[in-house]
Design a protein around this ligand. Structure first.
Ligand code: SAH
Length: 366
């Protein structure tokens, strides 16, 4: 497989917590699972209306599906089952007319090489109706042979940037993000640097998928996003990372870590708008848009104390590994206690002032 376009020099990736303990991603990814339930109907419709079984059946007896940024499960299993059931329904409906046979399915689980693939593979659902392979590497580079894939799925992964935008760590740049770890409450320069990195990453994602996908193949993307033209400070989810940044600054003020350590730590995450994603699809030119929609925020019940606990655990599952690497493990419990207290304090915020939600996009390879 050609790897000459791979970003092999990428910085070390941020990884979700592995295994299945209290702070693991597998036990703290309920929000993502709920979002899949919300978009299931849109996936079913897009497949029923736009999947071109005739052309796919003529090129291959098996259907190859990739989940890019699958993490450790269990959400990926539910997603793959949802896709396969929708495709089987489509075949069954068309079989009657044209005599097609159900294809065999092969699922390629992709994530960074350091993802906990052992947990993933040891928890595969019994009785699954597909063959399985693991594909380590970044989806910002090439992962598969040319014209190989029929379906690409990716949920809650494309908000991860390939790197922290360089300018936000550069003391001499107007985009230097001093005293913060995220862009949502920072200056416009910082937000613009994040937006530019997202555009570059999204362009690469589509460029490589265009090569890897067979004509007629479909992509289903789900990412946490924001309403078009909303100010970054209104990003749903931004308040969680801002609260984490401010908890880190509290530790710096107490002398438990240094302020320079906070200045040199930024989260490579960006919440895009539908407009930004569609612009990237248009720049790419190889895909037609089947469906593009911003659904309602699912992180809506700010006054529910159980949910605050769940948000805190979710963020911990997502960022703990990177924080330990940068600041050391001694501060972790103190940090997340403070973080939890801050979330409780902002719990009465008006959720309507946040313009976040899930972006769902279905594309078809021309
Ligand atoms: N799709 C799952 C997991 C989302 S967590 C769900 O919906 O629950 C996001 C995952 O994306 C993480 O496991 C992270 O390691 C992975 N990821 C982020 N950037 C990536 C990249 N460039 N290439 C491959 N995987 C990536």
């Amino acid at each position: 497989m050609s790897s000459n376009n791979n970003k092999t020099s990428s910085p070390e990736p941020f990884l979700m917590n592995s295994g299945n303990g209290t702070y693991s991603y597998s036990r703290n990814s309920r929000f993502q699972r709920e979002a899949l339930v919300i978009i299931k109907m849109m996936i079913d419709e897009a497949i029923a209306e736009k999947l071109d079984i005739q052309s796919l059946s003529s090129i291959s007896k098996s259907l190859r599906i990739a989940d890019l940024g699958c993490s450790v499960g269990p959400n990926t299993f539910l997603a793959m089952q949802t896709l396969i059931e929708a495709i089987e329904n489509k075949y069954e409906a068309e079989c009657l007319k044209h005599g097609y046979r159900l294809p065999e399915f092969q699922v390629f689980f992709n994530d960074h090489a350091a993802n906990d693939f052992n947990t993933l593979f040891s928890s595969l659902p019994p009785g699954k109706s597909y063959f399985v392979a693991g594909v380590p590497g970044s989806f910002h580079g090439r992962l598969f042979p040319e014209s190989f894939l029929h379906i690409v799925y990716s949920s809650f992964a494309l908000q991860w940037l390939s790197q922290v935008p360089e300018k936000v760590l550069d003391k001499d740049s107007p985009a230097w993000n001093k005293g913060r770890i995220f862009y949502t409450s920072a200056s416009d320069e910082v937000a613009n640097a994040y937006a530019a990195q997202f555009a570059e990453d999204m362009d690469n994602f589509l460029k490589f998928r265009a090569v890897e996908m067979a004509s007629g193949g479909m992509i289903f993307l789900m990412v946490p996003g924001v309403a078009d033209d909303c100010h970054p400070s209104q990003s749903g989810g931004g308040w969680l990372y801002d609260a984490l940044g401010s908890s880190l600054m509290d530790l710096a003020n107490k002398g438990l870590i240094s302020e320079a350590q906070v200045d040199s730590f930024n989260l490579p995450v960006y919440f895009a708008s539908l407009k930004e994603i569609i612009s990237s699809v248009e720049r790419n030119g190889c895909f037609s848009i089947v469906r593009a929609k911003l659904t309602d925020a699912i992180l809506g019940n700010y006054d529910d104390p159980v949910n605050i606990q769940a948000y805190a655990l979710h963020i911990r599952a997502v960022v703990e590994g990177s924080i330990v690497k940068h600041f050391g493990s001694e501060i972790i419990d103190d940090l997340f206690d403070r973080f939890f207290q801050k979330l409780t304090q902002v719990a009465n915020l008006d959720p309507l002032s946040y313009k976040g939600g899930q972006i769902f996009v279905a594309l078809k390879r021309k």
